[in-house]
Design a protein around this ligand. Structure first.
Ligand SMILES: [Zn+2]
Ligand SMILES: [Zn+2]
Length: 273
């Protein structure tokens, strides 16, 4: 029978959080905050600024951040190894560790919890700076800049929201937001932590999980990547035998939304073992 759970040792993965990594994260947080403030100033100086669009810009930024959280989470959960150059120790280690010990995140301080998400936001605010030139910006430029700014803010908040979903007693106001499904709820996220860890990748608010699942978005990407490269999805995380069984069940599933009896049956067996 395949090994159903992650094949990694949590203590060893935690020990891989190097001092230089932490220093880089801290520096990245300062740079992202600085460029984010610069983007706010550029937007404020632009002539076509209008507050009426803000709710729509915030919603687009939120959904984009939720999608990004799912895409990045899926990519690092599914492909590569801890010893992959650069991304192995910087990112893949963090995702393997989270499957090996899902409560460890609740002991991480602010920098360890949020550093890598600030790094992702740097990309968004950087693009925002290029899009919004205060002297020549059109209403559309400002709209895109605001969506990127909100996307960056929600991306920065994503790991903190994810951490709250794993805490036994998050702050009271967070519990209310979780119940209202205005941030990722523990119930919704717990589906991801059942082996083979291939559901509900989005961890900002979780609203994008339903549509992405219905579209079989990640399953389709996995099949394309496997066809092109021969790589087996989540082989490093759950072991080759279990990964092959899950991939075969997903490939055999019809292209329709949930429920998928055949896939569910195999996944249930993998979880049971
Ligand atoms: Zn995961
Ligand atoms: Zn989690």
């Amino acid at each position: 029978m395949p090994e159903p759970k992650t094949t990694h040792d949590a203590a060893k993965l935690q020990a891989g959080y190097a001092k230089w990594h932490r220093a880089t994260e801290f520096g990245g947080m300062l740079v992202t905050t600085g460029i984010g403030i610069w983007l706010i100033v550029r937007i404020a100086q632009a002539q076509p600024t209008s507050g009426w669009w803000m709710p729509l810009e915030a919603l687009i930024g939120l959904l984009f951040a939720d999608f990004m959280s799912g895409f990045v989470h899926w990519a690092f959960d599914t492909w590569g190894r801890v010893d992959t150059p650069i991304f192995g120790s910087l990112a893949i280690r963090v995702f393997r560790h989270h499957h090996a010990d899902e409560k460890a995140i609740t002991h991480h301080d602010f920098v360890e919890t949020n550093g890598h998400n600030f790094g992702l936001s740097l990309l968004l605010v950087g693009i925002g700076i290029l899009v919004v030139n205060p002297k020549t910006a059109t209403l559309i430029d400002v709209f895109i800049g605001m969506c990127l700014l909100f996307g960056a803010v929600f991306t920065c908040m994503t790991s903190q929201i994810h951490k709250w979903a794993h805490m036994d007693r998050p702050p009271r106001v967070v519990q209310l937001l979780q119940r209202a499904r205005l941030v990722l709820s523990p119930d919704h996220h717990s589906d991801h932590h059942a082996a083979p860890y291939n559901r509900n990748y989005c961890i900002t608010i979780g609203w994008m999980n339903g549509p992405l699942r219905a579209a079989r978005f990640f399953e389709t990407l996995e099949r394309i990547i496997t066809a092109v490269t021969g790589a087996i999805p989540r082989e490093d995380d759950i072991g080759k035998e279990a990964a092959l069984e899950v991939a075969a069940a997903e490939a055999a599933a019809p292209l329709v939304p949930d429920p998928e009896p055949e896939t569910e049956e195999v996944l249930a067996r993998v979880r049971r073992d």
